[in-house]
Each structure stands twice: as C-alpha cells, then as structure tokens.
Design a protein around this ligand. Sequence first.
Ligand code: SF4
Ligand code: FES
Length: 253
Amino acid sequence: MAETIKLSIKRQDSPDSTSYWEDFEIPYRPKMNVISALMEIQRNPVNSKGEKTTPVTWDMNCLEEVCGACSMVINGNARQSCTALIDQYEQPIKLEPMSTFPIVRDLQVDRSRMFDSLKRVKAWVPIDGTYDLGEGPRMPEKKRQVAYELSKCMTCGVCLEVCPNVNSKSDFMGAAPISQVRLFNLHPTGSMSKDERLDALMGKGGIAECGMAQNCVKACPKGIPLTTSIAAMQRETTFHMFKSFFGSDHEVE
Ligand code: SF4
Ligand code: FES
C-alpha cells in the first residue's frame, strides 16, 4: 500500500462560524513541508472519508521563514508552516490557526492587532523621502550588532500566541512591538522619536502589562532576545517617567 500523510485540520468557514476538525490523507512524497501538504489538499480537496470538500485556506508569502505570514499551530506548537518538515512530525499532524488572533478562515488569521501596536509605538525611522538623504549615520559596531538581531523580527505573531497575557480580553501588545521600540530607539535618527515611543509603551496595553512569563523568548523562531528587550525598555520607561516627573530639560539633550 502506498505511503500516505495523515493530517487533521481545524477549520472555520468564516470569522463568526463554528470551528470543526476535518481529516485528510494525502500521498507521501519525500522532503515535503506542511505548505506542500496543504497545496496537495488544495489541488484535490477530498477528505479522508473520500468526500469532496472546500480547499483549506492559509496565508503564505516568502516560503523561507522571512515574512511570518504562514504561522500556525502544528502539533501544539506555534511556528512557520513553510519550514515545518512533514518527516519531523508524528501523524496525524494537527494543524490549527493561532488562537490569539481573530480567524479569517481555516488557518488564516488577522494579525492586525500586532501591526496596530507597531503603529502605536511608531516602529519606524521618520525620514523625509522628498530628497536624497545620502548615507545614513554610522552606528557603533556593538550597537549595530544588537540592532541587527532585533531587526530579524518578521511579525509572525508567535511570541503573542504563546504569551498568557495576550488574549481577546487584554490589550497587551506583547513582546514583538516592545522589542521594536528598543530597535528604533537604538537608531541614531530613530532615537529622535524616542520619548514618543516610550510614552506609547507606558500607555494602555503597554509594557506594564507584561507578566514575565518568558514564553516569548523561548518560542521566537528568530532567537530574538525578547526578555532582554523587555528589561531594557522597563529601565528606559522608568527613567523616562522620572525625567518627565521632575520636568527636566531632557527634551533638548
Ligand atoms: S519577536 Fe520573534 S516570535 Fe515575535 S513576532 Fe518577531 S519573529 Fe515572531
Ligand atoms: S511563508 Fe513567509 S515565513 Fe513562511
């Protein structure tokens, strides 16, 4: 008998409908990843009972663990499906959408919550793009190395998914946006908006709501030192609060 791959997929037809599990059995090919298995189902949407069904939907883009779009929960662990190799999983492989984000359909979720937080903390370097700015300012090598590590964030949402304080009842922004504040405050030009970013971190859903569970740093697929970023930003916000409280002239530093 031909070798097959068994998958059990949590499905949901629309954002408000009830979820249900559907099993699939597809032909085995060596070196498949979860996305190639999903593509196989898309080509031939028949479940393991032999019934014709709707193709399973999911998000993807880069297919090389850079965009973060394909994140889902595979056998209980949130990660990117494009780099999840079928041979490494016990079958049936259980695929579920991340639970922290609203479901769009099947394995597709709406990660706006994370992008809205990035907007709130101004996670960018403000530049005037109307003329050629030339080369950016040089950064000390040590700082550049830290910034490079932090810049690997692909807003995949895994750190939010594993955090017990990020859920539908809380506004906590989670580790990724906090770490991005550290990144943009390190940048010589980005640091001009440092105070605004720290104010946003001190607002609703900000750093004070971190419960130090430390799940984020263990789960981040890019190995970003998230708890170090959180500790650094806790120090910075405390310092910022004192400076604002005593009305120092730090704005002109
Ligand atoms: S910090 Fe890591 S886990 Fe969190 S969104 Fe960025 S890459 Fe994903
Ligand atoms: S498709 Fe981009 S990370 Fe998987």
